[in-house]
Design a protein around this ligand. Sequence first.
Ligand SMILES: [Cu+2]
Length: 270
Amino acid sequence: MLKKLIVIILAITGSSVSYSNEKWQLGLNEPVTSLMRDIIFLHDVILLPIIFAISAFVLFLLIYSIIRFRASKNPNPSTTSHNTFLEVVWTLVPCLILIVIAVPSFKMLYKQDTIPKADLTIKAIGYQWYWGYEYPDEKITFEANMIDTKNLKPGQPRLLETDNHVVVPVNKVVKVLITANDVLHAWTIPSFGVKRDAVPGRINETWFKAEKEGIYYGQCSELCGSRHAFMPITVKVVSEKQYADWLKDAKKKFAKYPENNLVVENILKN
Ligand SMILES: [Cu+2]
């Protein structure tokens, strides 16, 4: 209800909610991995209620003290400067709140960090200003450049669509190796709950298992230069059959895999 009301207010005032797959979208993108569902749970069920409760409590105290202790009602102010009990309480309660947040938060971080046995591996390389991809198991490599606004086909979102898509099969564990060639970038897909820095000379790892077919969008999430806003990430999640068909074509189209890709091959061996 509140969500709907805010959407209507935004629609009337003409404000825009940016970075979304849906017009007037509020909140986080629809989750398609268990990682993202956990993130949404932490945000909606744990963090938001705590934030609202604390804000309401502080607002209540503020209004109460303004009215109750105003000069006309309270001409002789109290000179108390210490209250040991109160000081212990307002130190301990925030600690307890932080511990309550830390438990699910650490659990989630650990889950994101532990990569299950991967069904396929993809390497994403950040360049100024586009992404390059390698499928080390299939020996294919390609680049993905943003499609300019004037060349978009109907239904393609502006600033998010790329000429080549990363294609992965549905319900498979995909391990993503992430690096950069020049400066820091970051590879992310909000619906997957995945975000990792792309650091030159270093390979970061993450994983996802998309549970729904579709096209998912992300954007470089580390300020990397003048065209930082124009290096989107497009991942297409398809059925296993469609993936096999795509691979057949891709192996012809993208067969320029580097011969001495020792770093990636060593990682795959371990
Ligand atoms: Cu970038």
